[in-house]
Design a protein around this ligand. Structure first.
Ligand code: NAD
Length: 481
């Protein structure tokens, strides 16, 4: 009997109102192992109503008490870290070691970070001649948090934590591709007696549950992370109702490697940024731009490393690259590699699905793939692939490097590798991205603004940016005369 998940609505575990179920697959084996409620618009109505009902009491709680509830949830999550890591690894196909060291600890720190933020959040006051202004930052009410499959609990908590901290009640919608850890979080919330209706989790397809949530008249704001195509539709829906929306979308991030790059961590970090989580992180550096004088050496070393990476069962400690998340995504990434070949790219390593033995024989594995010989305008270098696939391009000058970096329609992050401080500052200012790393990658401080430009989204998450998004500013002016 496979695992049966449920919604969390008003503190209760519920099935879909019409009794529908979706199959949940294990990427490593290709087999169905769980059933997830195929949520309906009626389930969304019930969840929004529960959230509305809980809002007056939750928003009136002192911030320290909201923070205490969030810390209790983080405590419970940390106590069950191993179970959550195993579940995340099984559901998303990511190496167990990665889920244990990155995804689940980060989910707990998201809750703790914003619990602390709740107690520290303050608003402005502006004194003028004969008047004083102060600004109230009030919670919005019911907010929708919609998250993708690549970092399931990590990104789900990254949204719900600031929303709750600011005093809102949440209807969360995890990806139907990876619904398990959000369901487990809901179960934990029930176990610790988290106030009913404050956090609701509705499972199901984006087109059904997600769209119903975005269109619900009682939802005051939508925080969305996912693809640019869906984000654009959500922006259209929110524009019609003039609702607040934050969109964290796709990426095609450049990694710029200059000949004077510090060498110690360079290849380790570039390799990680290319292939961590099978390249399924919005921040992965998928376009490697390398100064021509070191291009051949860099390419050969990277290809040797990519070839040596262990692709295999996510539960094996030696595995570096697990399967991609679904059959549909496997087909998409393989089609992108075929397209790269058609466009004239040379596949230097990978490019195929390495055969697996035993329980993983039918899993969706793709070998780390490095491609060269393509210019900046082709589809391979402009469209998001979101798999273990990177391209290499050579440049001669800083201007050329910048032009290549900015040639893609996305602008989420960029990673610059140089020892020249002035060049680092110059390029950091000029590159079209919301997040820039110099001689590092995915080095995150949760206080910093996070988000993209161009097709990578609108708005910023992280720190006070998130607390401001989830509150409405109301200015009060008092005449002192
Ligand atoms: P997706 O857009 O298909 O789905 C994301 C979420 O939206 C899922 O929960 C899905 O069910 C829901 N959804 C789908 N259609 C909807 C609709 N019409 N209305 C409301 N909700 C709907 O994305 P995905 O395939 O799950 O995730 C991969 C994408 O996410 C990639 O493009 C990746 O770059 C992006 N991503 C971006 C960031 C970032 O911070 N910028 C982080 C992680 C992933």
């Amino acid at each position: 009997m496979s695992l049966r998940l449920s919604h969390l609505i008003g503190g209760d575990a519920r099935s879909a109102s019409d009794g529908g179920w979706l199959e949940v697959f294990e990427p490593a084996t290709g087999a169905v192992y769980a059933q997830c409620p195929a949520g309906t618009a009626g389930d969304v109505d019930a969840a929004v109503a529960a959230a509305r009902g809980a809002f007056p009491a939750w928003s009136a709680l002192p911030a320290a008490e909201r923070a205490a509830w969030m810390n209790r949830l983080a405590d419970a999550l940390e106590t069950r870290l191993e179970d959550f890591a195993a579940a995340e690894s099984r559901d998303a196909g990511k190496p167990l070691a990665l889920a244990r060291s990155l995804d689940i600890p980060r989910a707990a720190s998201n809750l703790r970070f914003f619990a602390a933020a709740a107690t520290q959040f303050a608003s402005e006051s502006h004194a003028g001649p004969g008047v004083v202004n102060y600004t109230l930052r009030q919670p919005l009410g019911v907010v929708a948090c919609i998250s993708p499959w690549n970092l399931p609990l990590y990104l789900f908590t990254w949204k719900i934590a600031p929303a709750l901290a600011a005093g809102n009640c949440v209807v969360g919608k995890p990806s139907e591709v990876t619904p398990v850890t959000a369901w487990m979080l809901g179960e934990l919330a029930r176990e610790i007696g988290f106030p009913a209706g404050v956090l609701n989790i509705v499972q199901g397809r984006g087109a059904d549950v997600g769209q119903a949530l975005v269109d619900h008249p009682d939802v005051k704001a939508v925080s969305f992370t996912g693809s640019t195509a869906v984000g654009t539709r959500i922006a259209e829906s929110c524009a019609r109702s003039l609702r607040k929306v934050s969109l964290e979308l796709g990426g095609k991030n450049p990694t710029l490697v200059f000949a004077d790059a510090p060498r110690e961590k360079l290849l380790d970090t570039v390799q990680r940024s290319a292939f961590l989580n099978s390249g399924q992180i919005c921040l992965c550096g998928s376009r490697l731009l390398v100064e021509r004088s070191i291009y051949d050496t860099f390419r050969d070393e990277l290809v040797a490393r990519a070839r040596a990476m262990v692709v295999g069962d996510p539960v094996d400690a030696a595995t570096q690259v697990g399967p991609v998340v679904s059959k549909a995504h496997f087909d998409k990434v393989m089609a992108c590699i075929a397209l790269a070949r058609e466009e004239g790219g040379r596949v230097l390593c990978g490019g195929e699905a390495p055969a697996q033995e035993g329980r993983c024989a039918d899993g969706w594995f793709i070998a780390p793939t490095v491609i060269e010989g393509l210019g900046p305008a082709c589809r391979t270098n402009t469209e998001e692939i979101f798999g273990p696939v990177v391209t290499l391009q050579a440049f001669d000058t800083e201007d050329e490097a910048l032009a290549l970096a900015n040639a893609a329609p996305y602008g989420l992050s960029a990673s610059l590798w140089t020892s020249d401080l002035r060049r680092a500052h110059r390029l950091a200012a000029a590159v079209e991205a919301g997040v820039v790393w110099v001689n590092t990658w995915m080095n995150r401080d949760l206080r910093t603004p996070f988000g993209g430009v161009k097709q990578s989204g609108i708005g910023r998450e992280g720190g006070w940016e998130a607390m401001r998004f989830f509150t409405e500013a109301k200015n009060v002016t008092i005449d002192l005369g």
